[in-house]
Design a protein around this ligand. Sequence first.
Ligand SMILES: Nc1nc2c(c(=O)[nH]1)N[C@H]1C(S)=C(S)[C@@H](COP(=O)(O)O)O[C@H]1N2
Ligand SMILES: [Mo]
Length: 264
Amino acid sequence: MKINTPVSLSLDRNAILKEALARLAHANPGLDAARRGFLRRSLTLGGLSMLTGCTLIDEDSAETALTQISRLNDQAQAWLFDPQRLAPTYPDSMITRPFPFNAFYSEDEVREIDGGSFRLEVTGLVADKRQWSLAELRAMPQIDQVTRHICVEGWSAIGKWGGVSFASFLRRVGADLSAKYVGFKCADDYYTSIDMPTALHPQTTLALSHDGQPLPPKYGFPMKLRMPTKLGYKNPKHIQAIFVTNTYPGGYWEDQGYNWFGGS
Ligand SMILES: Nc1nc2c(c(=O)[nH]1)N[C@H]1C(S)=C(S)[C@@H](COP(=O)(O)O)O[C@H]1N2
Ligand SMILES: [Mo]
């Protein structure tokens, strides 16, 4: 998508963005409610793409902004995160096809997982540690949404993911919702972890489908966690195990210096 923005307006947007990022760099919980509200409105991932005219692929400024936001400290981001605020959704007509593939390896090395024998492991601070088959997950109520995926490498794309509300899933397994982290171990040795408020966000989905079809191997079969409030690397594909914990679990890219909160 490219929105044609009058030059003056786009300059304003860049000024707003610069101002917001400068304030955020010094963000502390002592800021008054109005400033906090302003920052929350403007610094969601959706807000960033609006501010930058949605030209996330071809505009250096957008990339710079994304790099900067990904370097913000976790505490400032957690403090700005509004657990109820929804990321923008889009009409089906705006879905990006083909949807880009990305992983720490090339597409010909995508893991093929057998769906029939697959069992999702659920461990840590949960009451019910029983494993889940794909059929059982498909039998739970399903939701779907069309949202924008933003990768820090400088591309974004709109996709449709469907599956189980992650908040419902966590409640169903009796997770300790006051725990700090939810961690993910993936079949391709990728791993990541998220904060509990994001895990419980209404759009956070344990995704079993992409674009109306069972999730293809390259997009993370048998399931991925889809969070439109977080950058691409926070969205684990090929999930094998989910665990709830108070011990910081880190992540594949996070342990190499990417910002842990990674979102808005
Ligand atoms: N298991 C696993 N999940 C992963 C990755 C990966 O390498 N392995 N890469 C992450 C990154 S950096 C991005 S941008 C998205 C890409 O998802 P896509 O292939 O559906 O576009 O997956 C994320 N989740
Ligand atoms: Mo990414």
